[in-house]
Design a protein around this ligand. Sequence first.
Ligand SMILES: NC(=O)C1=CN([C@@H]2O[C@H](COP(=O)(O)OP(=O)(O)OC[C@H]3O[C@@H](n4cnc5c(N)ncnc54)[C@H](O)[C@@H]3O)[C@@H](O)[C@H]2O)C=CC1
Ligand SMILES: CC(C)CC(=O)C(=O)O
Ligand SMILES: [Mg+2]
Length: 372
Amino acid sequence: MNLNIAVLAGDGIGPEVTAQSIKVLNAIASQFNHKFVFKNAVVGAIAIDQTGNPLPDETLEICKTTDAILFGAIGDPKYDNDPSAKVRPEQGLLKLRKELGLFANIRPVKAYETLIENSPLKRNIIEKTDISIYRELTGGIYFGKKQTSEDGNTASDLCEYSRFEIERITHLAFKAAQNRRKKLTLVDKANVLESSRLWRKVVTEISQQYEDVALDFLFVDNAAMQMILNPKQFDVILTENMFGDIISDEASVIGGSIGLLASASIGEKYVMFEPIHGSYPQAKGKGIANPLASILSAALLLEHFGLYDEAIVINKAVEDSLKYEITTEDLNKSENKISTDNVGDFITDYIYNRLDSDMNYTNINLGQSTII
Ligand SMILES: NC(=O)C1=CN([C@@H]2O[C@H](COP(=O)(O)OP(=O)(O)OC[C@H]3O[C@@H](n4cnc5c(N)ncnc54)[C@H](O)[C@@H]3O)[C@@H](O)[C@H]2O)C=CC1
Ligand SMILES: CC(C)CC(=O)C(=O)O
Ligand SMILES: [Mg+2]
């Protein structure tokens, strides 16, 4: 298959983790006879530094003329910690999602068996957890009218949803539930918010078309608690933009690290694949960022284009990297320091050697990268 992929690595740890995904995709292309062409473009803080604009027109044009986008991360304290900053890296990401109509962000969460022993959560609570979070991505409070009064003492952000915005992601979430364990939980705050009451109404109406799926409702505050007390109760979670943002970071603790959680952002015309984490600026350039969320996002990209065997190989490689502790320090407390590059090299080597049943991981080639 021929694929043109826009690469928006962003800033912070974005470029280091995305570099690992590119290595992995190149290995997949080579082993499975595909042609992947990568087109780099700037977004976020680096785009502000270079052009003054967090989403330059040229970047948007590259995204619109490629088959898929691989996104890294954006966010820089030099903008985020300055309340008077006129432009922010995050505006680039939000505008990108809006302009491309990427209305559904799908965030899979699962408890890897090999990580459970080291989890702060108890085995019997998290083992076999497998959740698919459907987060609405282009509406709600992140996109509503923003205002600050002239004296600067009052500020507001409007949370607004239309029936249409709710309907389109709800259908996707119900269809996903039909192919999974047939349960959908709407997470909202319908006891307080009008917008949540509209979500409940529309989702309840649509549920009539999916009678094989059990629908239930949870207020977001309770959902946050249930996520830690009993995550196995969840199959598909459907929720609005901000609640989905927050609850999925929380859910990443079940997975073992936010550095493991990938996502697919889907629209009518365009698709983007992005780790759920941010730019983790404290780790920039240190080689300690976990690249697996980015690598697993690349696997979701392949799956989206029907390249299932290729995605399976990446997933197996990731499972082995966890099993043999070829992992960055967020998951690896041993003396043996493994860098971002080392993890990428391990996954890449696995792909090149996947047919060799006698693979000996103690001799795995960790490439030219230095073990930190
Ligand atoms: N999609 C994006 O580009 C997002 C950007 N941001 C931006 O990122 C910047 C930093 O935000 P934070 O709230 O600190 O969130 P963050 O996700 O960047 O980091 C929070 C914590 O998660 C852990 N972490 C994150 N990514 C990791 C990785 N790959 N490997 C290992 N550990 C990892 C670290 O312990 C880190 O301190 C801000 O400017 C924020 O606006 C935040 C979330 C998403
Ligand atoms: C930085 C925000 C715009 C996005 C975010 O936190 C996310 O999409 O997870
Ligand atoms: Mg977030």
